[in-house]
Design a protein around this ligand. Structure first.
Ligand code: SF4
Length: 371
């Protein structure tokens, strides 16, 4: 009796391989090391999705690699440019989920900032966040994170515009809770053969996952760090950010000080301004007490009142509160909320799509547990 042949293995998803493994995988096919560098450049800098687009690679090699690796891109499920022309919101489709992954391109002078997502949903449950309302569905893969950047660069290139210059991890999810993938993705973003974006132009925002901040310091990545504060006392912060019960404000300020000493980069504290609640004199005095001894910056963010009864602060109220903090000796800036008119806050697009799916079927989309 003859044995039936082994079924062919599916192609390896190349963008899921950490950079060094991707190079090794090419070399393991019998190609020289320089070929691996060429391929990596084609994938991340020229953003080709087939090997036959790699003009300086021999046809025979292209065919061989095409049988082994997949370069498929994340399909764009939604793209919403802001009427002001200063932001574009993207929804990228996933192979295994009815949810889409959100990213935003922010356009400001010569700067093109990609705001990337790192998880589908989020486990940390901040009460003001639509992503948090989904719960954690799953971590995004490396392919799905770099895929967002590739999709945004494709958009810029199609417009004849410059490519992404800056990256912030402030989209859906807590990047530092998906640390290994975040770390391997960063390596691709920063590498000269990858996106070649330096650490000074990358920022990760965190709700305050202290062990991962310590790890960032140990790995000497020297990227910017932004901590969501959003409360001027432990009691108030715990009410909107449950993680505060585990890592209270004093642990955050201590780690922020160490981060500055280690990297020379001052940490940004993000603080949502809610009129009459977080912009009072008591709040200002408390912020001075908490942050006055640190070398840090406070970034004031106007409340984006999606689905809440609260109202946004006026621009003049924002400026007034920033001036009050400055008068108390704190460095405060006001974030211009680009993309608000297109639902630029994290999780909004997905939460809305999810709500539509639920309304249509009366149950959560298939394969996804109800948040
Ligand atoms: S604000 Fe960030 S950490 Fe908090 S629930 Fe939303 S995505 Fe998660």
């Amino acid at each position: 009796m003859t044995e039936s042949p082994e079924p062919p293995s599916p192609p390896v998803r190349f963008k899921n391989l950490p950079l060094a493994e991707a190079a090794e995988a090419i070399v393991a096919t019998g190609e020289p090391a320089f070929r691996a560098k060429q391929v990596i450049k084609w994938v991340y800098q020229k953003r080709v999705d087939t090997f036959d687009g790699m003009k300086n690679v021999a046809k025979e090699t292209q065919r061989k690699l095409a049988g082994l690796f997949s370069l498929e891109k994340l399909p764009v499920a939604a793209m919403i440019p802001s009427p002001q022309g200063d932001a574009v919101k993207f929804g990228f489709a996933l192979r295994d989920s009815p949810y889409s992954v959100e990213s935003v391109l922010l356009i400001d002078g010569d700067r093109r900032t990609a705001c990337l997502s790192s998880q589908l949903g989020c486990a940390l449950g901040c009460t003001f966040c639509e992503t948090g309302s989904l719960g954690l569905i799953r971590n995004l893969t490396q392919e799905e994170i770099v895929g967002q950047l590739i999709g945004i660069d494709d958009y810029c290139a199609a417009k004849g515009d410059r490519l992404v210059t800056n990256v912030v991890f402030m989209g859906m999810g807590e990047a530092l809770s998906n640390f290994a993938t975040f770390r391997s993705t960063l390596a691709i973003i920063m590498d000269g053969e990858g996106f070649a974006i330096g650490g000074r132009r990358i920022t990760v925002s965190t709700a305050g996952v202290i062990p991962s901040i310590e790890r960032l310091m140990r790995e000497e990545l020297n990227i910017g760090l932004a901590i969501s504060l959003n409360g001027w006392s432990n009691e108030r912060r715990s009410a909107v950010m449950p993680i505060n019960k585990k890592y209270p404000i004093e642990t955050l300020t201590a780690v922020a000080q160490r981060y500055f000493r280690k990297t020379g980069r001052r940490v940004t504290f993000e603080y949502v301004v809610i009129p009459g609640e977080t912009d009072t004199e008591e709040a200002a005095q408390s912020l001075k007490k908490m942050l006055g001894v640190l070398t840090c910056k406070i970034n004031l963010i106007p409340l984006n009142p999606t689905g809440t009864a609260a109202v946004s602060p006026t621009p003049s109220a924002m400026t007034r509160f920033a001036a009050r903090l400055e008068a108390l000796g704190l460095a405060a800036t006001v974030r211009i909320s680009r993309g608000r008119d297109i639902g630029g806050a994290c999780g909004q697009l997905t939460a809305r799509m999810h709500a539509r799916g639920k309304a249509a079927s009366g149950r959560p989309p298939e394969g996804v547990s109800s948040p």
